[in-house]
Design a binder for this molecule. Sequence first.
Ligand SMILES: [Zn+2]
Length: 413
Amino acid sequence: MVLVVINERHNLYIIYNYKIVRRINVVAPNLSCSTLLRVAAQQPPVPELGDNYISWALEPSGIFSVKTAYSLLAEPLWSMKEPIWRLVWQWRGPQRIRIFLWLVAHEKLLTNSLRVSRHLAVSGLCDFCSSTAETILHVLRDCPGTRSAWYRLVPRNIRDRFFSEPLKPWLMLNLGSCDEKWSTLFGVACWLLWGWRNKGLFEQDFVRPRDEVRAIRATAHNFEHARDLRSNTSQPRREWRWIQWRRPPPGWVKVNTDGASRGNPGIAGAGGLLRNDDGHWICGFLHNVGFATSTIAELWGALVGLQLAWDRGYRHVVLELDSQVVQRLLSDGSTHNQCLEPLVSSISDILHRDWHLEVSHTYREGNACADWMARWAVSFSLGSHFLVAPPIGLHALLEGDLAGASLPRYCVA
Ligand SMILES: [Zn+2]
């Protein structure tokens, strides 16, 4: 098997794992350290999953899609990572206004200036004041009629910036305001002002509201009220619970595992430990994963932990982890995500061996020892490291678990 880097920036490569990373480094010494760490985080392909093939790295399924290809090509023109898009899509209000705000941020509102540039109109002047070109900022903020409404709406502390910022900073200032009520009111006001402008132009008998500010405030209030009603009914009930690590049933061994990724994806580690029904340490492991997501790190933890328990001859085992995503992947036994598939498949093989195995979920507070091990793992070299004695730094946490120490957590009832 050969590692082929097609495009390192977008991680399009056929994968192999850390065992031959060193050899790859000899064959292809120009590969960056981060690429090698990404390769190390992958489970070697297993024959049961079929022959190697090139997959499309931008889709979890590996299947090519025009959508992701377009975003790849369009990336230099506008970046999805720009905070303005996050602010637009996280804006708290109806979806139709969100789409309107997205058009505004894209400078795609069909104002007279834009119509002239597309040869749809002969004049780019504002139809209401006829004094200047009708740009987005003019129609939404600067036209005299609109401006007078904003004077009554805009909080005093941002008034100077409000009337002087160019389009994108203006949107960021208001949509990103820490005053959530203002952010909602702003979006609703822009949407209504644009709607009234259109109706005024295209509907002969349309009359603008006599008190525009009042109409804007009332609409925003209605949207907020509807949102509050919805969130009150859809939120599950939550309560405080005390979470602690619990010993396995008599005759059983408990394997706690965890994974951690600094940056997700980022430098990642996995770790875990085996304890007997008295709650005492049997052995532990650390696994420096490489560069991966936290889900991949968690899966590595489960894989190494289960293999360790099996190799040690234990046949009554509880695997306990704190990731519901991983627990679901293990119960499904397969995934459409190509990056996870080899790992999930390997774990699934171990799960179906001839032994008594239970997979259980705990909260992070009940998995503190494994969490500590996973974070520590990144200080070691790539791959697995097995420990016969508990590390000194873990003693206090181990003793806490043994004594039944518990931590409060606000969780779904
Ligand atoms: Zn105007």
